[in-house]
Every structure is written in C-alpha cells, then in structure tokens.
Design a binder for this molecule. Structure first.
Ligand SMILES: [Zn+2]
Length: 210
C-alpha cells in the first residue's frame, strides 16, 4: 500500500496533483468533502448521521468522518490512497492513528499568499456541473459560459480576495502544529506549489521516490 496525505492551502493545486498521482500509481484520491457528499446521497448509516450536521450548517464531527473514511478504505482494491481534506489539525491526525488508518508520506504544498490570491480570485464556477474554470489558466471556450451546460459561470463568494486571505489565515493557524507533528515523525515532504502544474508533477514523483 502507498498511503499519502496532501496538505496545502486552498488554491495550492492539491486536487489537480492528487488526480495526477492517483492515475499514475493506480491509487485512490479520497477527497473527504466529496466522500461525505457521496455517503449522504447514498443514505448509508454514517451518511445519515453526517447529514444532520451538514443540514444544520455544522461541521461533521471527526468521529463520523473517521468512521466513513475507515469503512471506505477497507473496501479499496487499489494500491493505496491519497487523503485530501483530512486531517486538518493534530487531533484529527491522532485519531487517524488510533483507528489504524496509516500514512507513509505527507506532502506539503508550499505556496505564496500572492499566488493563491491570483489563482483563486480568477476562478469561475459552474453551479450546475460543479466545475471550476479560470480566467487565465483554464478559460471557458465561450466567454463566461460553461463548456458543458452553457450556463453563466459565477464567482464564488469565498473566492473574493478578503475571504481568500481569511481562509489562508485559518489554514495556517490550524495546519502549523500539524506540519510539525508529521515533521517529527519524519514523514513530511515539501513541494513548491508556486510552479507550473507539470513541473509540480515531476517534483511530486521525485519526492515520493519514483
Ligand atoms: Zn455547467
């Protein structure tokens, strides 16, 4: 099994890199947010528990997230997984260990605040397809319309510069101790996420020893 955690602020390109690596190594990219949505939609026992919190606008408690993760991981047939979106703090990392959800390497996507703001503030979003475009890096074929469904693309409220700064601050506060935690275990690898996507692809493969 190859087991990774991807850490990085919003806009660091974790999702794109996780998709790349999961194809390359035939491992599963587990985005916790996405997994929760699937469980809720499928009305599984844990999904129903999670739904109560999501519907009242609360965070889903760690115990429920772990239960869902553990169950999901036990069914994985591939060669491993990448956790994306969990853990976000040291307590969550410890509870992964308590539940014997193993991690071999933690990839930290280092990125400057300015780069994040530039990337996120240019994002355009299709609410129907849940797909992101970018004014500069991934423009839609027709100006401000979704390639798939031709609806008007929107800018999400959390992508305005003030919200972005706030999200980065929250990320740094929570993640700093978590980074130390994995550093002390000797599992941490840094990636310079300011670079171009294909340069990061290569760097990622080097960091994991491929
Ligand atoms: Zn669309």
């Amino acid at each position: 099994m190859k087991r990774f955690i991807f850490l990085g602020p919003p806009g660091a390109g974790k999702g794109t890199q996780a998709d790349f690596l999961s194809k390359k190594l035939s491992i599963e990219h587990i985005s916790t947010g996405e997994l929760l949505r699937q469980e809720i939609a499928a009305k599984t026992t844990s999904g129903e528990k999670a739904r109560l919190f999501v519907e009242s606008g609360d965070l889903v408690p760690d115990e429920i997230v772990i239960e869902i993760l553990k169950d999901h991981i036990s069914k994985i047939r591939g060669a491993g997984y990448i956790l994306d979106g969990f853990p976000r703090n040291t307590a969550q990392a410890q509870s992964l260990e308590e539940h014997e959800i193993g991690v071999d390497k933690v990839i930290l996507f280092d990125i400057d605040k300015e780069t994040v703001i530039k990337r996120l503030s240019g994002r355009l979003y299709c609410p129907a397809c849940k797909k992101f475009y970018h004014e500069e890096y991934r423009p839609p074929k027709e100006d401000t319309l979704c390639d798939n469904c031709h609806r008007a693309l929107i800018r999400r409220k959390d992508d305005d510069p003030e919200s972005i700064e706030n999200r980065i601050r929250v990320y740094l506060e929570q993640t700093h101790p978590l980074i130390k935690y994995y550093e002390e275990q000797g599992k941490l690898e840094h990636i310079d996420a300011n670079k171009e996507v294909d340069v990061i692809n290569q760097e990622l493969l080097e960091r994991i020893g491929r």
